[in-house]
Ligand binder design. Structure first.
Ligand SMILES: *[C@@H]1O[C@H](CO)[C@@H](O)[C@H](O)[C@H]1NC(C)=O
Ligand SMILES: *[C@@H]1O[C@H](CO)[C@@H](O)[C@H](O)[C@H]1NC(C)=O
Ligand SMILES: *[C@@H]1O[C@H](CO)[C@@H](O)[C@H](O)[C@H]1NC(C)=O
Ligand SMILES: *[C@@H]1O[C@H](CO)[C@@H](O)[C@H](O)[C@H]1NC(C)=O
Ligand SMILES: *[C@@H]1O[C@H](CO)[C@@H](O)[C@H](O)[C@H]1NC(C)=O
Ligand SMILES: *[C@@H]1O[C@H](CO)[C@@H](O)[C@H](O)[C@H]1NC(C)=O
Length: 660
């Protein structure tokens, strides 16, 4: 997506002394969205000049006590300077950028903004000032150009302590004031908590509601103002807001009536609130326009929503819920994590939650998944029942046809046996941290699309197939022709699994087993990530064939300091932990050495036995050749001597007279 193309004419950077250089060599430039993104703390930016087409500039995580000097650029719409340790924004900072629509100065140390800073910005829509040190609301009064109405003003995380009776709040449709020290809210005032060194009197820490343009406000976030008291009169004024987050507050007793009969809210967050309900411990309310509600952390024991409720998302985490009665068929997701369900929640008779795609029941007290558990949830795609005490899944818990489950999380339960459901769309199956001893031979047949399989931390997983020779459930893994990630960590595996045929596999985690030797020939060629840490591996072999491997971990193994390591060197030198001698070491004799220095000098293996034979053979051949040539040479010599060096010699025919 990101094209690194030279967009910038000049960009003055002091790095370390003043240089004029191309911005894109220090930052990321994206020509599609005309965006420049800089986030290198070492950059020191003085003056910024951009090509005319640039529309967004993000200077995050750069030390900028003040904004840099911008040269005139009317096309810049978005300017973000977050986490820049900025303490001050001089009056003229944005004069050269008249087209700005979004300014993000979050996570700095700004205490105040000069009154005319934003006066020239006629298109400003979003001003994000969250997590600064703004304490006086008066500093935001009249800050906008005349006629400008902000879409969004974010003041979250500022320690607001001062607001005068005449302080006018800028006109804005979405107000974010979470964690701003609000003490109480009613139809007349938003009162901030008193602070010792600031004005403690009520009238200098109260924002008058009439100084707020309430008719245009659509979003209110007053969350995280611990225990703020919210009066019903305030809610009545804001009956038309569509998004309301007042989590962590104390709600009036009329709240449920307000929600049902008055409010037009679509998204409501009242998690961790103090509230007196009509039916004790039971949530029953639903607004006419409500799409999403968060009623987490409210000590609820029951949840009932009738079929007239048009809700889509329900977040009811961290309650004491043990029963559910939901007839509202519009609901799409239900999050019931950390409750007290000991029985699988079923739908009321005659109901079918045909739009429900996500059901989360993690951290409850379930002990089984009963027959026809998913009967009322025909469209379920994501089911999470991790961290329960499930020891049994009925063979007919999952319907035999028509289940479109995409992810199934059964991790951290007490399962030892599993049925073999048919889940033709399942992509993710998490069975980690159970007690599974084996998987049915047909188990993988029913999961043709599976891409991620997590089986880690099942101690008895290989107890029935202790060696690579014994028949094992893992022999059927090759039926998973789409598998991408496989995690079999911490499961007592002692041998190297034969996974060569899993062509699509990219990530294999085998950490914390008892594997002694690993032959890369048994692994698929396309593997990118391989974690063999905390095993008993002494030797690795054939690793040079894993050309795609990018992340190899073999920490905490009793590796031999041996030439067999040569093949894993390129993979390991890339590993940031490899220099840590407590993680990466090798043994020579009984001595333990840090691995890193060894890797740097290791040489490829030469097979000594093979060498011996070849030397023997060569010697033999050479000797034969020598002997042969000697013999030949001798013969040739003889011949030569016989013929070419034949010199007639006179034979003395005159014999010495024999004395008779
Ligand atoms: C709102 O709160 C202020 C300060 O706590 C109080 O003086 C005022 O009477 C309250 N107004 C209403 C309408 O409750
Ligand atoms: C809410 O909207 C309705 C209909 O648009 C309008 O009649 C009512 O006055 C509004 N309420 C407030 C408090 O602005
Ligand atoms: C809210 O509406 C319900 C039914 O529509 C009604 O029974 C109840 O009295 C109303 N509450 C208030 C306070 O108007
Ligand atoms: C509701 O507010 C709480 C606390 O601020 C937050 O953690 C939670 O994510 C919010 N819920 C939703 C659905 O955004
Ligand atoms: C490496 O692969 C070859 C060929 O498949 C195999 O014969 C050999 O045993 C492997 N090396 C080791 C040390 O296992
Ligand atoms: C080493 O890491 C870099 C960057 O993370 C990566 O591009 C490279 O391919 C890696 N090389 C090996 C051999 O894993």
């Amino acid at each position: 997506m990101r094209n690194y193309i030279p967009i910038i004419l000049q960009f003055l950077i002091i790095y370390p002394s003043t240089v004029s250089s191309n911005l894109c060599s220090y930052c990321e430039c994206d020509s599609l969205s005309n965006t420049i993104l800089c986030s290198r703390p070492s950059l020191l930016i003085r003056t910024v000049s951009m090509l005319p087409n640039i529309q967004q500039l993000h200077l995050n995580n750069i030390i900028l006590p003040q904004p840099p000097h911008f040269l005139f650029h009317s096309n810049l719409r978005v300017l973000r300077m977050s986490k820049c340790q900025m303490v001050e924004v001089p009056t003229s900072s944005f004069l050269a950028l008249p087209g700005l629509e979004i300014i993000d100065l979050s996570n700095n140390q700004i205490e105040t903004l000069p009154p005319t800073l934003l006066r020239s910005l006629k298109n400003l829509r979003v001003l994000i000032l969250s997590n600064n040190k703004i304490s006086n609301l008066a500093s935001l009064e009249w800050i906008l150009a005349p006629g400008v109405v902000l879409e969004q003003l974010d003041l979250s995380g500022n320690p607001i302590a001062i607001s005068m009776p005449h302080t006018i709040f800028p006109p804005v449709r979405q107000i974010f004031m979470s964690s701003t020290r609000i003490e109480s809210i009613n139809s007349s005032f938003i009162v901030f908590k008193a602070q010792d060194d600031k004005c403690e009197k009520l009238q200098c820490r109260s924002l008058k509601i009439e100084n707020l343009d309430t008719s245009i406000i659509k979003t209110l976030d007053f969350s995280d103002n611990h225990g703020v008291q919210i009066d019903i009169s305030f809610l009545n004024i804001f009956e038309n807001v569509t998004y309301l987050d007042i989590s962590d507050s104390r709600l009036p007793s009329e709240f449920e009536d307000w929600l049902e009969n008055k409010s037009r809210v679509r998204s409501l967050n009242i998690s961790n609130c103090e509230i007196k309900l009509r039916e004790e411990d039971t949530w029953t309310s639903c607004g006419q326009h409500l799409h999403s509600i968060d009623i987490s952390k409210n000590n609820l024991k029951h949840l009932k929503l009738d079929r007239f409720c048009g809700i889509r998302s329900i977040f009811a985490r961290d309650n004491l819920l043990s029963s559910l009665f939901i007839e509202s068929t519009s609901v799409e997701s239900i999050h019931l994590n950390r409750n007290m369900f000991s029985e699988f929640p079923t739908v009321p008779p005659g109901t079918s939650l045909e739009n429900l795609h996500t059901l989360s029941l993690s951290h409850n007290l379930l002990t089984n998944l009963p027959k026809d558990a998913f009967f009322g949830y025909p469209a379920l795609q994501h089911f999470d029942s991790s961290h329960n005490q499930i020891s049994e899944i009925d063979a007919n818990a999952f319907p035999s046809i028509g289940m479109d489950l995409i992810s199934l999380d059964l991790s951290s339960n007490q399962l030892s046996l599993l049925p073999h459901p048919i889940l033709p769309s399942l992509l993710l199956l998490d069975l980690s941290s159970n007690n599974i001893a084996t998987l049915d031979p047909h188990f993988f047949t029913g999961l043709p699309m599976l891409q991620q399989l997590r089986l880690s931390s099942n101690p008895p997983l290989f107890s029935r197939c202790p060696t690579s020779k014994s028949p094992c459930w893992s022999d059927h893994l090759d039926e998973l022709t789409s598998l991408i990630d496989l995690d079999i960590s911490n499961s007592g595996l002692e041998f190297s699994l034969h996974l060569r045929h899993l062509r699509t596999l990219r990530s294999l985690l085998l950490r914390g087993n008892d594997i002694i030797t690993i032959d890369a020939n048994s692994l698929p060629d396309g593997l990118r990530t391989l974690d063999l840490g905390e095993n008993r591996i002494q030797y690795t072999s054939n690793f040079s064939k894993l050309e795609k491997l990018r992340d190899l971990r073999v920490d905490q193994n009793p590796l031999r300091c041996d030439c067999s390591l040569y093949e894993i060197v390129p993979h390991l030198l890339n590993q940031s932990q490899v220099e840590d001698p407590t993680l990466y070491y090798c043994f020579s004799g009984s001595w333990q050495y840090p691995l890193y220095p060894y890797l740097v000098s290791v040489r490829p293996c030469v097979n000594t036995m093979k060498n011996f034979y070849s030397i023997l053979i060569t010697t033999f051949i050479i000797s034969i050749i020598i002997v042969f040539s000697l013999v030949l040479g001798f013969l040739v010599y003889k011949k030569y001597v016989d013929h070419s060096h034949f010199i007639y010699k006179r034979i003395s025919l005159t014999e010495t007279a024999v004395r008779l």
